[in-house]
Write a new protein. Sequence first.
Length: 77
Amino acid sequence: MPFSTPMAAAIYLTIWFTVLFAVLPFGVHSQHERGDFVAGTDPGAPVAPRLLPKMIWTTLISAVIFGGLAAFAHYAG
């Protein structure tokens, strides 16, 4: 393994959160766009954020990116 375990965990978490922030806006519709307002909430708040599927996709995408990075580090250095 090209990284120590703590370093690998830190790199993976950095990749994971970066990918999460990239994936979060996909498929989001605000209350204003849908015309479905809930009293006391911001009109820009999402109607159904679907966080669990986004977290699953984030984990899969991050694993692929981390695997590629680890393979590159192993073979290149």
